[in-house]
Design a protein around this ligand. Structure first.
Ligand code: 2IP
Ligand code: CA
Length: 400
């Protein structure tokens, strides 16, 4: 291998590694809900009004952290040197009831990981055994066709990665299952839970490759267990590839049957202000849904035309992966405040530089606020829908 400066990574191999890592993460997320030993810890956390007495950090966060460490470990094993540019939502420091501060990570052997987890789980060895086994289990899925052109390579020193190990946390802990609504979008429940792994250029900040894994995509009645799906998109230097799984095709073809002829579909967060929502309902079929990643994915999969967020309630790790998928489909995610500040007729010329970027933090704030999508955003599949929404927001004089 050349020095890091010259080291190139095959996009196809990076995609394979991220898809395998996302599937391992999905297995852990499903196990924490499915295995009674692990589930009891999760439910106990849910029932306790205050922090779980067993350890200072709640179990759900342990699941998040473990998934994040798994992805980081497995990808770094495959591409040494990449670990320093992998960031995620969670910190891997835990404190148990003995006051020991423990750094949760994937150890060299399953036994060592098991011992480490037992300390965090204060002796709940069954849970530690189960989780360590999942962490060290090899996953070798084949990349879904179409394959990325094997000639596409990325410089290792330009690759940044954002991980959201379990997006839609509250739906994950609540664990409800809700049949998707008339437009194929579930307003809440486990379908909105996503493992989000987004690759971006350290130099430009643009999203390049996104992997979104839905661990609870559908319940398989014959297997009597959850089955997931993994969607990816690649967009770099005008080369675009994306997987549009048959399931996805079927889903969008269902949409054809249900799409209202006169109104576009907009998905939004339940946290938006009522006056805005009622104004939007005059123009759009408004569909509430949980999960920021899930809502961007709903636009990418064609279930919704738009996702509008006026608040600074999401972070780079929520949007990077599905943003890359949208870019690969000709859509994008643009900064709302900046877009509203421009004349309408200059928006298309500015479409590129209005895109959210992932390599630089917000100024003048600390902690995770440095990575907050503070100005809100619009996720879109096509620019006609985007322009129509911005014109509408100007007319209702939206002040984000
Ligand atoms: C959350 C999650 C929530 C979302 C919030 C995100 O990430 O995606 O669903 O709120 O903005 O930060 P909303 O449901 O209103 O869209 P996490 O679950 O990882 O904390
Ligand atoms: Ca999130």
């Amino acid at each position: 291998m050349g020095t890091e400066q010259e080291q190139l990574v095959k996009a196809e191999e990076l995609l394979q590694a991220l898809m395998n890592a996302s599937e391992k993460a999905a297995n852990i997320a499903r196990a924490c809900r499915g295995e009674s030993t692990l589930f009891s810890l999760l439910v106990e956390e849910k029932k306790d009004s205050e922090k779980n007495k067993r350890f200072f950090q709640d179990f759900k966060t342990l699941a998040d952290v473990l998934v994040q460490e798994c992805v980081s470990h497995d990808v770094s094993q495959r591409f040494p040197g990449i670990e320093k540019s992998i960031q995620g939502e969670e910190s891997n420091q835990f404190t148990n009831t003995l006051g020991e501060s423990i750094c949760v990570k994937v150890m060299a052997t399953e036994a060592e990981t098991e011992n480490l987890l037992a300390k965090v789980l204060d002796g709940n060895n069954n849970a530690a055994v189960l989780l360590a086994n999942l962490v060290h289990k090899d996953i070798n899925n084949s990349v879904v066709e179409p394959r990325l052109d094997s000639s596409i390579q990325l410089p290792l020193n330009d690759i940044g990665i954002w991980i959201d190990p379990i997006d839609s946390t509250s739906e994950y802990v609540n664990g409800q299952w809700e049949k998707p609504g008339v437009f194929g979008i579930a307003s809440s429940g486990l379908q909105s839970v996503c493992v989000l792994i987004g690759v971006y250029s350290l130099l430009s900040g643009a999203p390049v490759l996104g992997v979104v894994n839905q661990p609870f995509y559908a319940w398989n009645y014959s297997l009597n267990r959850w089955t997931g799906r993994c969607i990816w998109g690649f967009c770099h230097q005008k080369t675009t590839f994306n997987v549009v799984e048959k399931l996805l095709h079927n889903v969008s073809s269902e949409l054809a049957a249900n799409t209202p002829l006169d109104k576009s579909v907009m998905t939004i967060s339940g946290s938006e202000a009522l006056p805005l929502v009622s104004a939007l309902k005059d123009k759009y079929e408004v569909v509430f849904a949980a999960g920021a990643g899930y809502k961007v994915l709903s636009v990418a999969s064609g279930l919704a035309n738009l996702y509008l967020l006026t608040k600074g309630s999401t972070f780079r790790w929520d949007t990077c992966a599905p943003h890359a998928i949208l870019r690969s489909l000709g859509g994008g995610v643009i900064n709302l405040k900046q877009a509203l500040g421009l004349p309408l007729d200059s928006l298309l010329d500015n479409e590129e530089n209005l895109q959210l970027i992932y390599n630089c933090p917000e100024e003048g704030v600390r902690g995770i606020d440095r990575w907050c999508n503070v100005d809100g955003f619009i996720a879109y599949r096509d620019t006609a829908s985007l322009l129509e929404l911005i014109q509408f927001l100007k007319e209702v004089n939206l002040k984000p």
